[in-house]
Design a protein around this ligand. Sequence first.
Ligand code: FPP
Length: 248
Amino acid sequence: MMQSSFDQETSRRLHVAIVMDGNGRWAEARGLPRLAGHRRGVRAARRIVEAAPGLGIGTLTLFAFSSDNWKRPRPEVDGLMALLGSFLRREAAALATHDVRLSLIGRRDRLPLPLRAAATRAENETAGARGLHLRLAVDYSARDMILRAARRRVSGSVPSETFAARLGQAYGGAGAPDVDLLIRAGGEQRLSDFLLWESAYAELRFVARMWPDFAPADLAAALDDFHARDRRFGALPLAVSTPSTRSR
Ligand code: FPP
């Protein structure tokens, strides 16, 4: 399939994905309600969105609400839904002004109607932006998305490459390239069902800092570390794979 010039341009820039963990512990450590931590988490996210384009990031995917987060107490879930809705309503115009295109990824059918409406409006309002693709993962489970895509696509026999390409399309991801760097704040070291398909060769970085304290300097440090890594995608390093330099 032909790539548009926007797709080509986007794929030259990095896709960074972030698990914004630690809001609750940040708040509890200060004797505040957990929702106060989430509110500070939104502020941290805003700072990171502003810094991202200047750091060579073309796609930024933020894990805002996992499908397993429905298991949390009702007031926290309601508070998070309200926070996400007000973020989308308040920030859509500013995102468009800053050339940020917003997409929601994940299931929409279980979201409160006002949040769904705010998401669609923000997506429409920012559809023409090209500076950064901001993807908010809400009611998101990578495993569920893969299963649903497979269920839609398993029909007849097609060559495995075609199947993989179709599955990738059905899986969606709002036209995003694979993840280059996946960062998790808050000190835990796990993926929690986030972007399992497109993180096949992502570099991972786990940061002890709680998300509300995560700053653009932390993102810049993560990118410095990323650029120093040797990404081989399963192949050998160039010097080793060249026959003339291979030892016998
Ligand atoms: C994890 O903290 C964070 C979440 C459940 C997501 C909430 C994220 C935000 C409110 C930021 C939203 C950003 C935007 C752009 C709208 P936790 O509650 O799991 O923390 P804990 O592990 O310390 O309990």
